[in-house]
Design a binder for this molecule. Structure first.
Ligand code: KDG
Length: 327
């Protein structure tokens, strides 16, 4: 293990095969290979912004697993929490792209190495929690298996024992479970978290409230806070983001982009930007701006990782640096 991490991210890393060109999956002949997985995306986003992240997850003893480990290591993420599982394969995701309408996503992850993550994988890196500042979890891990759910709960116990704050991105994956199943496992995690991220729909499911007609997510955020959650950040896509914290809600506009190249991974990028700003001791409006800036950068590039900005790129994007661009 390297230096004490600032953030420990726990989840299932995936290889994503992304269709080259827009077409229904049945007609796609070529795919580009990307490294993905919500929590891995956050770890890489933090590393690009100059923060130390430890990633905890499982890969298979196969080429995809090697690709994931090499990529994360190459990005400066501490991969000492990555276990190579000789008996299971690395999880895989295949995505088509369509110019119009929703794109189909296929998961090949049932019984994967990543889904076999368990509490002992957290105990192996338990010492890293002493001195860490945030644990980052998403609602994907508890959907993967009972063991993976147990791993998330063990991570929470370790964080609590060391005064590490908990950041929880709901990331509701309806291909993995029903809303009812999700609420049962995710509500207790959300109400124990110091910081919850979600869109209005996800927040309503986890809070157990009806989606608000205004779809601004504030009612659900307040309901979660009444049950114990700390701050709640409502990710509102093109409408920006809102922090529902102790005082009046804080809104921040999205960063305008000319066109969405690929929508997947933007939510993770938002979390990375927000957490990086918190680690840097910046205020809530700045954290929201960093989140929006990182999300916009990822929306403008293919795959989950390519667009994640460095600090200099982020400053340029959100106007915190003078421009010296030569055109
Ligand atoms: O947030 C982006 C993720 O959806 C993607 O990287 C894959 O983690 C993933 C998942 O489970 O959908």
């Amino acid at each position: 293990m390297g230096q004490t991490p600032e953030v420990i991210a726990v989840g299932e890393p995936l290889v994503a095969l992304l269709a080259v060109g827009s077409a229904p999956l049945a007609d796609v002949e070529s795919f580009s290979r990307h490294v993905a997985g919500a929590e891995a995306n956050v770890a890489v986003g933090l590393a690009r912004l100059g923060h130390r992240a430890l990633y905890v997850g499982r890969v298979g003893d196969d080429g995809f697993g090697k690709t994931i480990a090499r990529r994360l290591r190459g990005e400066g993420v501490d991969v000492s929490g990555v276990v190579v599982d000789p008996r299971r394969r690395t999880g895989l995701m295949i995505r088509e792209r369509r110019a119009l309408g929703p794109s189909e996503v296929l998961y090949y992850r049932a019984g994967s190495a990543g889904s076999a993550l368990g509490p002992p994988d957290l105990d192996r890196v338990g010492v890293a929690f002493a001195g860490a500042r945030w644990l980052h979890l998403t609602g994907i891990t508890p959907a993967l298996s009972d063991d993976a759910h147990g791993a998330a709960l063990r991570a929470i116990e370790l964080a609590r024992s060391e005064d590490v704050r908990i950041s929880f991105d709901i990331n509701l994956r309806r291909r993995l479970w029903s809303d009812e199943e999700a609420a049962v496992r995710l509500h207790p995690i959300a109400v124990g978290a110091d910081l919850v991220f979600g869109d209005a729909d996800e927040l309503a499911v986890v809070a157990g409230v009806a989606p608000s007609p205004s779809a601004d997510g504030r009612d659900a955020a307040r309901a979660l806070q009444a049950a114990g959650s700390g701050s709640v950040v409502v990710k509102r896509g093109a409408a920006g983001a809102t922090l529902v914290g102790e005082g009046a809600p804080v809104d921040a506009a999205a960063v305008a982009i000319p066109a969405v190249v690929d929508p997947v991974g933007a939510g993770d990028a938002f979390c990375a930007g927000y957490l990086a700003a918190m680690l840097d001791g910046l205020d809530a409006p700045t954290a929201l701006r960093w989140g929006n800036g990182c999300a916009a950068a990822v929306l403008s590039a293919e795959g989950d990782l390519i667009g994640l900005p460095t600090r200099v790129e982020l400053d340029r994007l959100i106007g915190d640096a003078g421009s010296d661009t030569i055109r």
